[in-house]
Design a protein around this ligand. Sequence first.
Ligand code: MN3
Length: 204
Amino acid sequence: MYPYALPPLAYDHAALEPHIDALTMQIHHGKHHSAYVNNLNAVLEKTPEWQKCSLEELLQSLPKVPEAVRTAVRNNGGGVWNHSMFWKVIGPNGGGQPKGDLGAVIARDFGGFDKFKEQFNAAAMGRFGSGWAWVTVEGGKLVIQSTANQDTPISEGKSPILTLDVWEHAYYLKYQNRRVDYVGAWWNVVKWDYVAELFGKATK
Ligand code: MN3
């Protein structure tokens, strides 16, 4: 029995059209995310003692994971965790702006939603090569950052509430080299209710 399984998408592959196309969703979830799950399960076969903890615990314990498998656990474990979150922060009928506490904290920490967006876009565009842009909560404040490859703020003990995959596989079929267009379109599918829920959990 393998410890990890590919979490099903909560919506159809075509549900995010025209912003994210169905074929990209099909390959991204069904092939890329799936491969991270399979590779993580395979590498953990070699270290059964690390099969029992949660994925979060595993990603927070990387320095203690045997060196021979550490990079594979880091890349594939991060790939599993990051994508599982990514599918939940986006969805059909998304977009707009967050209201309530989260909207107020964005205004407080960034001087407004437009400035927040600008700073997040800069993190997404500034990530050279493959990686992710994030909003995390640190000491009650919102922080924007990016990570390389499949590195995840979970490994740094942080609480992410929003994430954007900027690997080319996330956008190349529809947007080719135009990452900026993909990032711009992605805001139309952000599920702010779910992001607000994560913010609530991170600050309680
Ligand atoms: Mn991806």
